[in-house]
Design a protein around this ligand. Structure first.
Ligand code: ADP
Length: 171
């Protein structure tokens, strides 16, 4: 009970900007879970050499979703967006990924917010066509990553570990 997953030299929860310990918050939204895309999305980040340090299946509370999307609260689609994230028709897969330039590269792997503008080969272009059902979220800056990681995860839910292939991925 309460045993930490890390030691005292652990990476801070939000990661370290501009290093191989940079961290981002990625979430497979309920439509991505319903459409059975969780495995493909995790596979893409793993295959790129990024390290999974946080993972959980959760139906977020309304309050969490409203905080997560606080900067969109004046948009006409805000209530619909919060309902879609929180109504429990499917959970969200919340993740924290770590590695070099992972915030910016994560956004590039996701593709544009509107899937019709997303480059072929990106997750959104490959799997969706609707901006209101774009299957995945990724932090857009270090500041957002910091806010989102601490909003969705407790520190003891993040695992600090060294992959055995680290020297072949990071130099
Ligand atoms: P991103 O998710 O790429 O960071 P935004 O922060 O602009 O994009 O928007 C957050 C989420 O709000 C989008 O991923 C999408 O699910 C939803 N959204 C954005 N614009 C619209 C819209 N015009 N209609 C419906 N939903 C939208």
């Amino acid at each position: 009970l309460g045993t930490p997953l890390y030691n005292d030299s652990r990476t801070p929860a939000a990661g370290i900007k501009g290093t191989s310990q940079e961290r981002t918050f990625i979430a497979v939204k309920p439509d991505g879970v319903q459409r059975a895309l969780v495995g493909d999305i995790i596979k893409r980040f793993e295959a790129r050499g990024y390290k999974l340090v946080g993972l959980k299946l959760t139906v977020p509370s309304k309050s969490l979703a409203e905080k997560h999307y606080a900067d969109l609260r004046t948009k006409p689609f805000f209530n619909g967006l919060v309902d879609y994230m929180t109504n429990g028709k499917a959970p969200v897969v919340a993740m924290v990924w770590e590695g070099k330039d992972v915030i910016r590269q994560g956004r590039r792997m996701l593709g544009a917010t509107n899937p019709l503008e997303a480059a072929p080969g990106t997750i959104r272009a490959d799997y969706c066509t609707s901006i209101g059902r774009n299957i995945i979220h990724g932090s857009d800056s270090f500041e957002s990553a910091l806010t989102e990681i601490t909003l969705w995860f407790n520190e003891n839910e993040l695992a600090d570990w060294t992959p055995s292939n680290a020297e072949w991925v990071t130099a």
